[in-house]
Design a protein around this ligand. Structure first.
Ligand SMILES: Cc1cc2nc3c(=O)[nH]c(=O)nc-3n(C[C@H](O)[C@H](O)[C@H](O)COP(=O)(O)O)c2cc1C
Length: 215
């Protein structure tokens, strides 16, 4: 730890930190993070469902999302999600809302390859339209995606998966058709903070207009 000139601040040098300390620090700073609840399917046809909070939108047109998959710390083997997106090249990305949060964490349990979280947790899979992985029934929004890039993160065991959204499924009551938007507050997304158990709900809504200029 280095004490900076400002007595209110400390600075931490990541090169001096042991794994996984930077992970804990980073995920508590880059927060709240949306959660991609990602369904995939293996070449053998076994569906898989797992949450990823290293997740965001990265392009508007064509609409593109990314999530980042790490090796398990306990053993250097790829997670089923990554194996499946490499094999099949498609995924469905779901929003986790408050009623689904308890089920979502259960799908983060490490199950043997070949066992579907849909069956193990008792979640209903319905066919997707554009892609082979199934869609989770009951999710407020689902985005059917085609994998466009798989990018290893330099120096890390993470692999970034980018996917183009081919089709959105949106619960009708959430869609603000005049604006072409989803009512995000009503969608009740659950987002992740730092540490293994901290999540949050959407807080107070504030409106801020970006000025046209600073003149
Ligand atoms: C809310 C939440 C967010 C997570 N985010 C990530 C993530 O961004 N990257 C990752 O590699 N694992 C993440 N995990 C852990 C995976 O979900 C977990 O390793 C899961 O078992 C992977 O499943 P799979 O092997 O079926 O793909 C997260 C877990 C939870 C509960």
């Amino acid at each position: 730890m280095v004490i900076s000139g400002n007595p209110d601040m400390l600075t931490l040098v990541t090169a001096e930190m042991d794994n996984p300390a930077p992970y804990h620090l980073l995920t508590s700073v880059v927060a709240p993070r949306p959660i991609a609840w990602v369904s995939t399917i293996s070449a053998a046809g076994v569906p898989n469902l797992a949450p990823y909070s290293f997740f965001n939108a990265v392009a508007g047109f064509p609409p593109t999302v990314m999530f980042s998959v790490a090796y398990r710390r306990s053993e250097p083997r790829e997670k089923d999600t990554l194996i499946n997106v490499k094999e099949v090249g498609e995924f469905v990305c779901h929003v986790v809302d408050e009623p689904l949060a308890e089920a979502m964490v259960k799908t983060a349990v490490d199950l043997p390859h070949g066992i579907s979280e849909f069956d193990a947790v008792g979640l209903k899979a319905v066919p997707a339209t554009e892609v082979r992985p199934p869609r989770l029934e009951g999710a407020p929004v689902a985005m059917e995606c085609r994998v466009t890039q798989i990018v290893p993160v330099e120096g890390a065991t993470n692999v970034m998966v980018l996917g183009q959204v081919l089709r959105f499924h949106i619960r009708k009551d959430l869609y603000r058709s005049q604006l072409g938007l989803v009512d995000t507050v009503q969608m009740q997304p659950v987002t992740r903070l730092g540490g293994p158990v901290e999540y949050t709900k959407i807080g107070e809504l504030i409106h801020l207009q970006t000025p046209k200029s600073l003149g």
